[in-house]
Design a protein around this ligand. Structure first.
Ligand code: PMP
Length: 661
């Protein structure tokens, strides 16, 4: 079927200048030509901008085979309250298109105001690609699909320009043009403040207020990328290609409403910095400061020997001090329990996660610690958080050793109580600080064995001070249980058994060889915690299988006291071996720190040992202070003299060669 392009341009002469009044084009069937030509002539001659002196009407037959049919894009409306908001919406559009030089694009907008056509802007080079900067580029030969109903549909034209539909036709042609990734359009009609942005990604996005009313500052920019097509190709398409757009929908009011909500909320945050920036910078500076952490992959049970990244190594870094994690009795108990109970516990202790095994374990811990009762938490970390935050309130004061474990520090923070840090294991400083807060209610808290230094709290003095000032006393026995005290019962036993802190917190994850944390104390304390400790109430309880391992671990410590003795022997043996290589170290516990100082050197030493078959972790900031990086040797009861000798020799040789400790 034949098609005709009808183009109308109306202008007025003002002196020697020709002022554009109106322009329009249609692609119609032969039967429609007359009616549409009439309608367009009428429109050109009767325009609100004034009467035309000159009207050009061009009717041209076009080859049907040349017509490119394009589907209309989706349409959304962004309701903007001001021209400023409208500009922000354009910026957002440019950001979405990943255009880097957004400010420059925005600056180019004002250059379009004096142009007759559109600007073709190369977004990579910021160069204008139109052959004539004043004329710009005019997209022509386009229309929307209309029913071939003779003259009937001409009524739709109704002599009035339909901004919305004509704009969609133009935008559709432009967004499908080779090399063009998007378009910004502001009308130069002073009464028409709605503009649009369009791209294949966004569809056609109306922006209800893009300029101030009364302003004839309008123009359009075609955002062009020379890597996708040549400018000649793009211009040829825009000016010559015959395009008919199908399926233009009426404005959808739902999308107007939604876009309004989105836009006003989102715009408030438009100037927010890139949310990943801080994350990226932190990771980069961790690398620069030699503080970036990576993990080794272990494919064997935790023991004096492990397989790490496919290699067999001597392990001298584990908290499994008594080698109970893979003890046959522990495994057997776990097998039995998994058969009967399965794995997951299915709920928190106060709902469906409380089994007879959980209760049995708590009784066992209470007995082991010589207390009335005990309560089990999912980890030692959670235990510290939960207990301290349940007991301490904003009006209280917590006195905390400067080397206390991170979980104690986090518990103090969570409680919102005032936190006073006293010098490491310095009871005089502690007392002085307490006196600076007369009448304070609160808590004194300390590691029993310090996790990175391996030294032991001065418990007698600690308890005396707490009692004198009527403060709660709390100790963290993560590294003392199973290690110190004649039979490995921890710090209370170590100091004779009479002096008991109010709160004995500990973990089941270290010498006991399982997982979990606990608090032992009076019945009153434990009942209080069961009812108020959020880490207990709001978390699914440990698996019965884990509980079985914990129970078996405690049983083994009680039954096989020689383990604790073997560990103690190994500690002394290793310290003596180090001394032979000129390295001074001291400890009464399984933790033997070898302080290197410099983070990089500590890492290098650890890597050297790793390369020579010994796994000892380098501990760095923030686990220890900056400049106090160290090897943290953690011994086990089952290390052999040969293994200990080998490690001491490697440490000695390397440090004597590379740096003196
Ligand atoms: N307290 C101390 C002193 C610790 O060393 C640790 C573990 N590193 C914890 C508490 C936390 O125990 P868990 O690993 O069971 O969470």
């Amino acid at each position: 079927m034949e098609k005709y392009s009808i183009k109308m341009r109306a202008s007025r002469n003002l002196g020697d200048q020709s002022i554009h009044i109106s322009g329009a084009e249609k692609i119609v069937s032969r039967q429609q030509v007359n009616a549409y030509a009439d309608a367009l002539v009428e429109r050109g001659l009767n325009h609100s901008k004034g009467n035309a002196d000159l009207l050009n009407l061009k009717i041209e037959k076009i080859d049907e085979a040349d017509i490119l049919y394009l589907d209309a894009p989706s349409v959304t409306t962004v309701k903007t309250g001001s021209a400023k908001e409208g500009r922000k919406e354009i910026i957002r559009f440019l950001k979405d298109l990943q255009i880097n030089r957004i400010n420059e694009v925005m600056d180019f907008l004002s250059e379009t105001y004096a142009m007759r056509g559109a600007m073709l802007l190369d977004i990579r080079t910021m160069k204008r690609m139109e052959p004539d900067f004043m004329r710009g580029i005019r997209a022509t030969y386009m229309d929307q699909e209309r029913p071939d109903d003779g003259e009937a549909s001409v009524n739709i034209v109704n002599n009035k320009k339909n901004h919305y539909e004509e704009a969609i036709v133009l935008a559709t042609k432009v967004m499908n043009c080779p090399g063009i990734i998007g378009e910004i359009c502001i009308s130069d009609d002073p009464d028409y403040v709605t503009g649009y942005v369009a791209s294949k990604m966004h569809g056609y996005r109306r922006i209800t207020k893009i300029k101030e009313p009364g302003s004839d500052n309008g123009g359009r920019i075609f955002l062009f990328d020379h890597e996708l097509a040549s400018a000649t190709e793009a211009i040829e398409f825009l000016q010559k290609r015959r395009v008919i757009v199908r399926g233009i929908k009426k404005m959808d009011h739902h999308s107007i409403h939604e876009a309004r909500i989105h836009s006003s909320e989102e715009q408030e945050y438009d100037n927010q910095p890139d949310r990943w920036e801080r994350v990226r910078k932190t990771v980069e500076s961790l690398h620069e400061d030699h503080l970036y952490r990576t993990m080794h992959t272990i494919t064997s049970a935790q023991g004096p020997h492990i397989t790490v990244d496919g290699r067999e190594l001597v392990l001298m870094a584990s908290n499994s001090y008594l080698n109970l994690t893979a003890h046959p009795y522990v495994k057997q108990k776990c097998h039995e329990v998994i058969e009967q109970y399965g794995f997951g516990s299915g709920g928190s202790r106060l709902t469906t996660g409380n089994t007879d095994l959980h209760e049995k374990l708590e009784k066992k811990i209470a007995r082991f610690k010589g207390c009335e009762e005990a309560i089990v938490f999912n980890t030692g970390y959670v235990a510290n958080l939960a207990v301290i935050s349940a007991l301490m309130k904003q009006e209280d004061v917590i006195f905390s050793d400067e080397l206390n474990h991170a979980s104690i520090i986090d518990g103090c923070r969570l409680s919102k109580a005032k936190c006073i840090i006293y010098k490491h294991n310095d009871m005089e400083d502690l007392e002085m600080k307490i006196r600076e807060h007369p009448q304070a209610t609160g808590l004194v808290v300390s590691d029993a064995v310090f996790s990175m230094d391996g030294d032991i709290l001065n418990l007698p003095q600690f308890i005396r001070i707490c009692q004198k000032y009527h403060l709660f006393s709390m100790i963290d026995e993560a590294h003392s249980t199973g290690v110190i005290g004649k039979t490995g019962h921890g710090i209370v036993e170590y100091f004779g058994g009479d002096l008991k802190p109010d709160i004995q917190m500990g973990t089941l994850s270290k010498s006991i060889g399982g997982e979990g944390g606990y608090v032992a104390g009076t019945k009153l304390l434990i009942n209080y915690l069961r009812n108020t400790a959020r880490g207990f109430i709001f978390s699914t309880s440990l698996s019965p299988v884990t509980i079985a391992a914990d129970l078996a671990g405690i049983e083994l410590i009680e039954r096989e006291i020689e383990r604790v003795e073997r560990l103690r022997h190994n500690i002394q043996f290793f310290i003596n071996a180090l001394a032979k290589y000129g390295i001074k170290a001291a400890s009464d516990t399984a933790i033997i720190p070898i302080v290197v100082g410099d983070e990089k050197k500590a890492m290098e030493l650890s890597e050297y040992l790793y390369d020579h078959g010994v796994y000892i972790s380098a501990i760095r900031y923030p686990t220890v202070k900056k400049g106090e990086a160290r090897l943290r040797v953690a011994l086990m009861s089952e290390h052999t003299p040969e293994e200990l000798e080998k490690a001491a020799k490697l440490i000695g040789e390397y440090t004597n060669l590379s740096f003196s400790l």
